[in-house]
Design a protein around this ligand. Structure first.
Ligand SMILES: [Zn+2]
Length: 401
């Protein structure tokens, strides 16, 4: 499989859904800026949500994942789960697990007729095992009973999270984010209360909720519970973190990675698309280090969080995946002022000649950068009152907007 790492996808081949954002092929699509912008602005204030936009809601059982954000369906072996015809009223619980193994290893195991175990979903956690934390595979249809929690299987959906002490005793933000999105969607779809049960609970006496494997009864009379620590080994699932994503607490202003008008720099060669999702056409592929201005978003789609950017140097309005964007102090064409008497140099570094020294309070415009050199971050600045185009140190400039 072609992974998310751009170095494994340099020829641009491979499955787009696996490779997504990173490709070195940059076929620039000539779309007039105003058309581009109009198309882009259609997304402003979109309230339908990514699921509705994709036109995918709980579909009939088949080869497509039922959760609209899940990348693929890979069927577990038919001897590893029970055929059933559960309806929405029969599904009241979500049981949370860790794999104690790799993502692909868990998927292979559930496909092995010797396993006698399965789960509805498996979510990847590490960059260094499967190459893309937060990737999700559905393996058993919701209507069918997966075998993951003994007597608690009947009314539940089981979700496995990749974790192994040898790979790292932590759950990545991407994995939490994806799991929270999936659990939130399942709760809405099946009217499951968004309540996390932290103690051993006789789930058959409760209205429903989310529970860790170790606290879900292994006997139908609730006389026994698992002895294993799943999903709470060292560095396993933290319920508070998971629930913050289930409840979408990350969606309100303060905790966001970006705010409107922030500068956002690409951390790899990155696709910009016409809309927030992998099905939208690529408008352009921007080189690593390109700075855009955040003007829209976020939207969650296809397992990614997307931001609308104006790529100033290209005059293009596009959507990019958050994972490959870094917040930077300025955006292109931002008006700044000097906070001290500040040197402007011919290039980004102390070895370049000083062109001029601009008094504290001089107003300029960001036109290039950033570049890191000599222990400083430098930006190209145009000072219109002086007619100078120079490089200045970031820390002595502030936004004037
Ligand atoms: Zn488990």
């Amino acid at each position: 499989m072609c992974g998310i790492d751009k170095h494994t996808c340099e020829d641009g081949s491979g499955d787009e859904r696996a490779a997504d954002a990173a490709t070195d092929r940059g076929e620039r699509t000539a779309i007039p800026g105003d058309v581009d912008r109009r198309r882009f602005l259609r997304w402003t204030g979109a309230t339908a949500g990514a699921g509705a936009v994709l036109g995918a809601s709980g579909s009939a059982a088949g080869d497509d994942a039922e959760d609209p954000y899940t990348e693929r369906f890979v069927a577990a072996d038919s001897s590893n789960f029970s055929d059933d015809w559960r309806g929405a009223d029969d599904i009241d619980w979500i049981v949370v697990h860790v794999t104690v193994g790799s993502y692909e290893g868990a998927i292979d195991w559930f496909r092995n007729p010797d396993a006698n175990v399965s789960a509805h979903y498996v979510i990847s956690n590490y960059e260094h095992t499967s190459g893309e934390p937060g990737h999700t595979t559905q393996m058993v249809n919701h209507r069918d009973v997966a075998w993951h929690a003994s007597a608690s299987n009947g009314p539940s959906i089981g979700i496995e999270h990749e974790w192994h002490e040898d790979y790292g005793e932590y759950i990545t933000e991407e994995c939490y984010e994806r799991s929270g999105q999936l659990i939130g969607w399942l709760c809405d779809e099946y009217d499951i209360p968004k309540e996390y049960y932290r103690d051993p609970t006789c789930i058959f006496d409760e209205p429903g909720g989310i529970i860790g494997h170790t606290n879900a009864p292994s006997a139908s009379d609730c006389s026994s519970y698992p002895t294993r620590s799943c999903p709470y080994p060292e560095g396993g699932i933290d319920p508070d973190t998971l629930m913050s994503y289930v409840n979408g607490d990350g969606d309100d202003g303060g905790d966001e990675t970006f705010q409107d008008d922030d500068g956002a720099m690409t951390t790899t060669d990155l696709n910009g698309r016409e809309g927030p999702g992998l099905d939208y056409d690529v408008v352009n592929t921007y080189p690593e280090g390109e700075v855009g201005r955040v003007v829209n978003g976020p939207e969650d789609s296809d397992g990614y969080r997307w931001w609308g950017l104006h790529m100033t140097d290209y005059d293009e309005w596009v959507w990019c995946v958050e994972r490959y964007l870094e917040r930077v102090k300025f955006h292109m064409e931002e008006e700044i002022y000097t906070t001290t008497d500040l040197n402007g140099r011919e290039g980004p570094g102390l070895d370049y000649d000083v062109v001029g020294t601009y008094p504290e309070g001089t107003v300029g415009e960001i036109v290039n950068g950033p570049e890191d050199s000599d222990g400083y971050r430098w930006w190209g600045v145009h000072y219109p009152d002086y007619g100078d185009w120079v490089w200045c140190v970031e820390r002595y400039m502030a936004s004037n907007e």
